[in-house]
Design a protein around this ligand. Structure first.
Ligand code: ADP
Ligand code: MG
Length: 566
């Protein structure tokens, strides 16, 4: 391998040349204690920055195997290292000067959730791979190699030394990070063992600082479980922890406006991910497969069997293979439930605030005036028990304005000044005075999931496939915009970047006219689990900037892809 001295010599040689001469820096260079790989060199100073990776061999990185010997610990350590490295490079970005993106140093910005990212990977030998971007400096379009030397020979070595070697990190905080991951994993397993849908520890801080900040609210009312729902777990590191165990089944959350209902539900939605220490939701853990269900007017629906909820539409439209380019509130919410079932979700999270009323309930007066035969919608309330008894799918539902669900709920929680109270008994008693009109809906048949996807010739003819990500809002692939704004459990735009690659991979290699959408999503998920995101990214190197989505979001993305040929 060439040495860092060779790189310095090369840089001296190409100084003041045209920008394309930077391409010669591509390759691996041995620095003291690590290998610097310049994987991709940007075309000009204004293009997206160059991709660089740093490889610290396990023996030098010095992390003991017990810090990364299983998946949850490895992901937690990787996340920790990205944050450490990011803190280091932040003070050096744009310290080297020039035109366009000259001098930019960046690595994935991690939020409150701990996600698996290509920005950092630790292999089975404890070797650390850190992937970042550097804007190679230029004046106009003329190489300024001296500024790049500053970055590669002064700034970076310090950042690497301070953040990617065990010996320079705070051993206690590395240990704490691992212990939290173990405890969180432990709670996830306890959910299965105790047949719980979710756990919310006492003392948790659920509300966020503001609508644009995910940090915990200061001076918030800490969570405290009702005694009747309290369970105590014995975590391997933290020791005993007490909190609210939400059993599987149907849980209703009621309460006055502004008393914290949606805040609790939001925390549960994101409880499918682990959170960092200090987030306030470290011990809010939800069934991994939980799916937020909401109305999503305008979405496209492709051959989804929504007959469980909607039948006999006036225009004779087929609801077993329901298609629309512009769904209504109720049809979109119905499709969202069916797709969640297809994705293997065992917990639905629903907030009345974002639901279609006619999908959720039909009040008694309306039932009398408009009888069942002339109403295409079988509302969710008539299916919620069946979903649990037949499919094992639990529901946690926030409802502030309708009492109908009192009859269906196994447990009723009232949020009262941000504190939950178990009002199951009193609410059930009250509900007895208002019986539901007895006219049970006929049982539904299992939704059909046979949706083979045809290949799209346009993709296979032309290998220049354009993928663009717009924050957490959408993935654009060639001419199709996949709108993911209402897929609320996507936590990071890097997950959308991965979804873009997954769709492309499916277009190029999986859609064949026999493989169904369900098979495709499963196949993609299997690949991700086995080999990580790099399995679906093409190219000769692995780039940073990708985070793992859940299986559920892969389904959600494919289902919203208007370009899909069914
Ligand atoms: P609801 O859905 O019951 O109408 P929200 O969950 O939207 O109420 O909460 C209303 C407001 O109260 C929000 O601004 C939220 O940030 C704040 N809030 C929620 N929980 C707490 C808490 N535990 N302590 C302090 N403020 C809270
Ligand atoms: Mg609300």
């Amino acid at each position: 391998m060439k040495s860092s001295a060779d790189l310095r010599e090369l840089l001296n040689r190409i100084d003041h040349k045209g920008y394309p001469a930077y391409k010669d820096t591509r390759g691996s260079w041995q620095f003291e204690g690590y290998v610097l790989s310049i994987d991709h060199v940007q075309g000009d100073p204004f293009a997206s920055p160059s991709k660089v990776s740093i490889h610290v061999p396990g023996r030098l990185a010095g992390f003991s195997t017990e810090l990364y010997d299983c998946k949850h610990k490895r992901i937690a350590l990787q996340d920790y290292l990205i944050r450490q490295f990011s803190r280091q490079v932040q003070s050096f970005t744009f310290k080297a000067k020039g035109s366009g993106k000259s001098g930019l140093l960046s690595v994935s910005r991690c939020g409150q959730e701990i996600l698996e990212r290509t920005a950092c990977e630790i292999d089975e030998n404890g070797s650390v791979f850190l992937r970042m971007e550097i804007g190679f400096p230029a004046n106009g379009r003329t190489i300024n190699a001296r500024e790049l030397c500053k970055i590669l020979f002064e700034f970076l070595p310090g950042c690497v030394k301070k953040s990617l070697y065990y010996r320079s990190l705070d051993a206690k905080s590395v240990q704490k990070n691992k212990e939290l991951a173990e405890d969180q994993q432990f709670i996830r397993q306890e959910l299965l063992r105790l047949k719980l849908a979710a756990f919310v520890a006492n003392g948790s801080i659920l509300p966020r600082e503001s609508g644009v900040s995910d940090r915990p609210m200061k001076n918030a009312v800490p969570f405290s479980s009702p005694k009747s729902m309290e369970i105590t777990l014995n975590l391997p590191n933290h020791g005993t922890i007490t909190g609210m165990g939400i059993a599987r089944g149907i849980t209703l959350v009621v309460g006055g406006g502004y008393h914290g209902k949606s805040t609790l539900l939001k925390a549960l939605e994101l409880g499918v991910y682990n959170h960092i220490a200090g987030d306030g939701r470290e011990y809010v853990i939800t069934d991994n497969s939980a799916m937020k269900i909401r109305a999503e007017d305008g979405r496209s629906i492709k051959q989804v069997d929504i007959s469980m909820f909607i039948n006999n539409l006036p225009n004779q439209k087929d609801t077993v293979h329901f298609c629309t380019e512009d769904a209504s509130g109720s049809t979109s919410q119905a499709a969202n439930v069916i797709e969640a079932i297809e994705s293997g979700s065992s917990l639905l999270l629903i907030d009345e605030d974002t639901s279609a009323t006619n999908f959720m309930i039909r009040d008694e007066l309306m039932q009398r005036v408009v009888n069942r035969d002339s109403e295409p919608i079988t509302p969710f309330i008539d299916r919620v028990e069946e979903l649990f008894s037949t499919y094992g799918i639990s529901t946690i539902l926030v409802a502030g304005s309708s009492g109908s669900y009192f009859h269906k709920a196994d447990r009723i929680i009232q949020m009262d000044h941000y504190l939950p109270r178990d009002i199951t008994e009193s609410a059930k008693k009250e509900a007895n005075a208002f019986p539901l009109p007895e006219e049970p809906a006929a049982p539904s048949s299992k939704p059909s999931v046979l949706r083979p996807v045809r290949p799209d010739a346009a993709f296979r003819k032309n290998d220049r496939i354009k993928i663009k990500i717009q924050g957490k809002d959408s993935v654009i692939i060639n001419h199709d915009t996949i709108d993911l704004r209402y897929v609320e459990q996507l936590a990071d735009s890097e997950q959308l970047a991965s979804l873009g690659q997954l769709v492309k991979y499916a277009q190029l290699r999986l859609f064949d006219g026999t493989r169904t959408l369900d098979d495709t999503a499963k196949e993609l998920w299997k690949l991700l689990e086995k080999k990580g995101i790099s399995a679906v990214c093409d190219g000769s190197y692995i780039a940073g900037g990708f985070a793992l989505p859940r299986k559920q979001e892969i389904y959600a993305c494919l289902n919203r892809y208007r370009g899909l040929k069914l």
